[in-house]
Design a binder for this molecule. Sequence first.
Ligand code: UDP
Length: 333
Amino acid sequence: MADRVLVTGGAGYIGSHACKALKAAGFIPVTYDNLCTGWEQAVKFGPFERGDLMDRARLDQVLAEHRPIAVMHFAALSQVGEAMREPGKYWRGNVTASLSLIEAVIAAGIRDFVFSSTCATYGDHDGVVLDENTPQTPLNAYGASKRAIEDMLKDFGASDRLRSVIFRYFNVAGADPDGEVGEFHQPETHLIPLILDAVDGKRPALTIHGTDYPTKDGTCIRDYVHVMDLVDAHVLGLKRLREGRIIPDGGTEVFCLGTGNGFSVREVIDHSRHVTNRTVPMTEGPRRAGDAVKLVCGSERAMSDLGWQPDRSTLPQMIADAWRWHQNGGYDR
Ligand code: UDP
């Protein structure tokens, strides 16, 4: 009988791709999701349990029923703009909810935990390439809430009751090349799907948020990683935990997942024009609150220690996969 892995947020963008990768690796992914932003139709690779992370009784029940050997924790609020407007929602929805999950997981006797963190925990660092040792000085409640969860995991790791692998990544893009799952947010705030919406007329134009940043073309720079590469790293992290090849710093290990290559908003638009062979209607607007100028991270540690190979993470490939999904995929309530 295959081992089960509880995937919180398994109905969301990255979580649903993680479920596909877990199934391919021989696990049964059990999705735990309250569908606040996820889609039941994205749960295709294992059982679905609807529930909220704050609902401890429901969590206990699901853990007892499925007896997962590990947890992958993706469920989170993740919009920077919303986090600036409603910080309390992020501290409660991310930090308090994760504490509830961690305590339930430990009570169920599960020791292995893979956590989806973010380069938003770093804040601005004057354009340096970020790595696992860069100080974390987040600019917004989203990044701050994720950093707090990392701290929590380190404390639980040091207490020897939980072992965690923490992944920090930022701009996830692309879609399952088989078209089974893809990116579908409502509302959509991410650059590539918004560009594709503008390309095929679903919205009038893309607004570039800020053209006066101190970068080569005035727009923000980000490091884009293919969602399939990203979830591969999660499976490798899980295997590392299961093999007990762990861990300095109590029971916690951190890996940055990026390509080390930064692309400006204008460069992403240019690549999108080439991939789709269509014009990208756009306007220039003011900066978006909470945005860092440049976020690029190296991933030497993930490559050397996990054997991670981000081989789909070129911008044309990510945009092409996203475009295929955009034209053929999508979910509706
Ligand atoms: N961006 C933009 N217009 C949009 C959405 C995003 O110019 O409609 C920019 C945003 O300011 C950032 C980059 O695109 O510099 C990536 O933003 P996204 O929201 O995709 O990811 P984030 O970096 O915030 O996680």
